[in-house]
Structure formats: C-alpha cells, structure tokens
Design a protein around this ligand. Structure first.
Ligand code: IMP
Ligand code: MG
Length: 174
C-alpha cells in the first residue's frame, strides 16, 4: 500500500503504558482471571497485556472471541457479528474483556453482555485506545491505555482492510 502512516504511539510508549495498565488491573483482579481478547484487532494488545499481567503476579487463562462490525470499510456497519465459538468456561469466573479500540461502544457492550449472560462472576473491560467523541452506546472501559481524537488508526494488531496489523506501533492513516 502507498498510504502514509504517521506514528501516533511508539512501540516503547505502548509497552510502558501496557505495563502500567497491568499493575492497575492486578489490584482489582483475582489471580485466576480469564482474559478474553476480541479478535482480530486486539490480538497483539491481548498478548502483551497477558504477559504483563504475569509480571505483576497474576496467573490468567486466555480466550478469544471474534467479533466484527467494520467489514472492510472505515465506517462501522453498526451490526456486531460473532464468528466461531463463544468461550463457555467462564461461569463464576472474573472475566477481563480486552479490545483494541473503544469506538461507538457496540462491540464492548455486546461482549460484556454476552459474558454476563453466560455466568461470569464479574466482567471488567480494558481497551488500548478510546475515541470518546465517537460513542453511540453509553459505555466506558474500566481501563484505558490512551484517549484519542476521531482518527482512523492502524498498527499493533489494528487493520485497515487487513493491512498494517504487523506494524509494532500505532499510527494514523489519512
Ligand atoms: P465499536 O463497536 O464501534 O466500539 O468498534 C470497535 C471496533 O471497531 C474496534 O475493536 C476495532 O476493531 C474497530 N475500529 C474502531 N476504530 C478503528 C480504527 O480507527 N481503525 C481500525 N479499526 C477500528
Ligand atoms: Mg476490534
């Protein structure tokens, strides 16, 4: 692709913030928390946060749930689709839902409700990026890495039409 990516958060900046988030999260989470990453966008963040949680003394399990709302366009379709199985071993467990970006709020709201309905003892949410100006559903994440303006971002697992996920930093595309 020929589009230019402008760096918004460097790799080291993200690394430090993820470590801080893990330290905060560990204060209010049981050792056997079940971390559930929302695919595909949160796979890199989930892997980093997961290992950071080990460094602060937790022994989490990990699951993934694949949701999509964007298709291949830059605008959300407004509809949440689940593909694959919904993790079903969470009854009585404390769940930490991890997403890359909190945008309209539909995905996180859907995920939270899904795990509450399936008997989680508690559902806590953590997102790397929050775009508060884009919210359509009233939800705030319990833990947020960085608040950003209404920018379209890529990298660190986040894509534009399946490109740019491999970038180790977060950047914006015009
Ligand atoms: P929500 O359901 O509208 O909150 O959408 C959240 C999901 O939309 C995120 O998990 C991302 O996968 C995707 N998304 C939101 N903003 C962006 C962006 O700037 N770049 C790429 N994907 C995005
Ligand atoms: Mg996503």
């Amino acid at each position: 692709m020929t589009t230019t990516v402008r760096t918004l958060f460097e790799e080291a900046t993200i690394h430090d913030r993820v470590a801080e988030m893990a330290a905060e999260i560990a204060k209010s989470m049981p050792k056997d928390v079940v971390v559930i990453g929302l695919l595909k966008g949160a796979f890199v963040f989930t892997a980093d946060l997961y290992r950071a949680l080990d460094r602060v003394g937790l022994e989490p399990q990990v699951e993934f749930l694949r949701l999509s709302s964007y298709g291949s366009s830059k605008e959300s379709s407004g509809e949440i689709l689940v593909s694959g199985n919904i993790p079903n071993n969470i009854e009585g467990k404390h769940v930490l839902v991890v997403d890359d970006i909190l945008d309209t709020g539909r995905s996180l709201t859907f995920a939270k409700k899904t795990f509450e309905e399936r008997g989680a003892a508690a559902v806590t949410t953590a997102v790397l990026l929050d775009k508060p100006s884009r919210r359509e559903v009233n939800i705030t994440a319990d833990y947020t890495g960085f608040e950003i303006d209404d920018l379209f971002v890529v990298g660190y697992g986040i894509d534009y039409a399946e490109s740019y996920r491999h970038l180790p930093y977060v950047g914006t595309v015009d």
